[in-house]
Design a protein around this ligand. Structure first.
Ligand SMILES: O=C(O)CCC(=O)C(=O)O
Ligand SMILES: [Fe+2]
Length: 293
């Protein structure tokens, strides 16, 4: 069963002890959630005004996202002045997240890449979606249009809910158990399909065999109602003012309720891990008896 490992860190930028650094990498790579119950992301008054009191800014999808490469913001209908506030807030979260990852996980420094940043002001419970996009079903993350070719997906969340409301998740069992359960129902890619998807611009670069199987695993998990209800699982609540990190490509998770959270995605090559044997890529390769490049 997935454990939640707490660490008493209350600053994004203060130096971390060697003991905390060792505990953090061990917990994450073993497939646990690393919880920093005292690490909050303080908001400025104008940011609070925009999002928490009154009208707010309309959100187009399930979240608002920031591309750090050009500081472009997607998914909000904010006007120019509001957009500037929104962008500053998200850039600040992205910068603090990177500082924390570098300080707490120094072994990742040389290879970790920062991905998109998101702000999630929409209530998760009751959000309409297709079963495939329904994150209230247990799943491991795999992005249809962004193949990782085996790179790890490490995500950091902070709950900034101003009304005292937690963010509610379910957590499933180990990646290996989930992979074993669904392995027989996964089938190989159609010849040429992965190249075609990339040529048509549907995927950013070609999917590897790993991406193909991970997407299927994501879909099988969400479609399997017996797995959803009877699999080993636990409920948990992340309190406002807390931060948590988890390898979401490895740990089955489902978001059940809550609003107002930030999220930062990082990518890490398997070779950058302290123990690559824990990666979904290596576990799948071992179970399938072949390389998934
Ligand atoms: O928004 C959340 O709390 C997590 C949703 C989720 O499953 C994800 O972003 O991968
Ligand atoms: Fe997810």
């Amino acid at each position: 069963m997935t454990d939640i490992t707490p660490l008493a860190i209350d600053s994004w930028a203060a130096p971390c002890s060697a003991q905390d650094q060792a505990a953090a990498v061990a917990a994450l790579e073993a497939g646990n959630v690393l919880l920093l119950p005292q690490l909050d992301f303080p908001l400025h008054d104008n940011e609070r005004g925009l999002y928490f009191q009154g009208a707010g800014v309309e959100v187009q999808g399930k979240n608002i996202s920031l591309n750090l490469a050009d500081h472009s913001v997607r998914g909000s209908s904010a006007d120019a002045a509001e957009l500037a506030v929104l962008r500053d807030m998200m850039v600040r979260f992205a910068t603090l997240s990177r500082t924390l990852v570098h300080g707490l996980l120094p072994g990742y420094l040389a290879t970790v890449e920062q991905g998109r940043t998101s702000f999630r002001p929409v209530e998760v419970a009751g959000r309409p979606s297709s079963w495939r996009q329904d994150d209230s079903r247990l799943h491991v993350d795999s992005f249809p249009s962004s193949p990782t070719r085996g790179k790890r997906i490490l995500r950091l969340f902070t709950n900034v809910n101003p009304h005292g409301e937690g963010r509610h998740w379910r957590l499933g069992g180990s990646f290996e158990d989930v992979a074993r359960r669904h392995l027989a129902s996964l089938h190989g890619p159609l010849w040429g399909s992965r190249q075609l998807l990339a040529m048509l611009g549907i995927t950013k670069g070609p999917r590897s065999a790993y991406d193909h199987y991970m997407l299927q695993l994501h879909d099988r998990m969400k479609a399997d109602s017996d797995y959803q209800s009877s699999a080993d699982q636990r409920s948990c609540e992340f309190a406002p003012g807390s931060t948590w990190m988890v390898y979401t490509d490895q740990v089955p998770h489902a978001a059940m309720g809550g609003r107002f959270a930030f999220e930062q995605t990082f990518y890490l090559p398997v070779a950058g891990m302290r123990d690559p044997a824990h990666s979904p890529l290596r576990v799948l390769e071992r179970l399938m008896g072949r390389e998934l490049v």
